[in-house]
Design a protein around this ligand. Sequence first.
Ligand SMILES: NC(=O)c1ccc[n+]([C@@H]2O[C@H](COP(=O)([O-])OP(=O)(O)OC[C@H]3O[C@@H](n4cnc5c(N)ncnc54)[C@H](O)[C@@H]3O)[C@@H](O)[C@H]2O)c1
Length: 259
Amino acid sequence: MPRFDDQTVLVTGGTGGQGSSHVRAFHAEGANVVIGAIDAERGAALADELGTRARFTHLDVTDESSWSAAVLAAESTFGALHVLVNNAGVQNPPAPIEKTDQATWSRILDVNLTGTFLGIKVTAPALRRAAGGAIVNIASTMGLGGTAHYAPYVASKWAVRGLTHTAALELGRDHIRVNTIHPGVIATPFIQEPAAGATAAIADFYSPEPFAIPRLGEPADVTRLLLFLASSDASFITGSEYVIDGGLLLGPALQAETG
Ligand SMILES: NC(=O)c1ccc[n+]([C@@H]2O[C@H](COP(=O)([O-])OP(=O)(O)OC[C@H]3O[C@@H](n4cnc5c(N)ncnc54)[C@H](O)[C@@H]3O)[C@@H](O)[C@H]2O)c1
């Protein structure tokens, strides 16, 4: 039975590698979907492809008025908003801290952290009007440790964790749950960017061969966890953090051959 009948879900970065997977899956499970994105052409095309119960809205997550317009779009089209997925994200070009300019630092923090903050701030009243709901923030395994040459990204994703915990405390009594997902390396355009100290793509930098599960993650892997956290199956889960990385954080499962 579809888990999201009569519910409306807003996904930011809804045209991206993971975002579009999330949008399609929520829609397939009965939800009305609002595709929040900065890429109007792809957003409109995805909404057209899905047909009924889908609409695109221009949403730059760094802009509070853009958030207000997205909430209005959700409520005026579908009557209420029940789920927010703070998925939009950007990664800095790799560089050591000493060579990271302030504009780069600010841009990454603006999208990944301020964008998530604004999303919680502006949608919370709508979720309250809907008598409760769920917010899922997409952070990263990079938000659980340090990664050389990715200071802005790492710092932004660490901060999303504190924001999640705080929002869970503030919104729990209003039946709004707030959780975080930490994906490892997921096969999307995101990982085609050059990796630290090299021209190789991040996918090569984090070659999955030594992982306990030796493959890259697929967007659908994250989507399945996301749908669980957004659903009533997770009604007692808030302020929690879920790692989905095929064992990357465990360290190498395979030792280098010796002798
Ligand atoms: N792919 C990975 O390996 C990986 C790993 C860990 C975490 N993540 C996180 O997963 C999320 C989704 O990334 P993805 O892998 O689908 O990458 P992606 O590049 O395919 O998608 C990112 C999306 O964010 C959108 N975006 C960027 N700036 C925006 C803004 N100001 N307003 C609204 N949208 C904006 C982009 O247009 C794009 O659609 C991101 O938060 C990313 O940090 C990705």
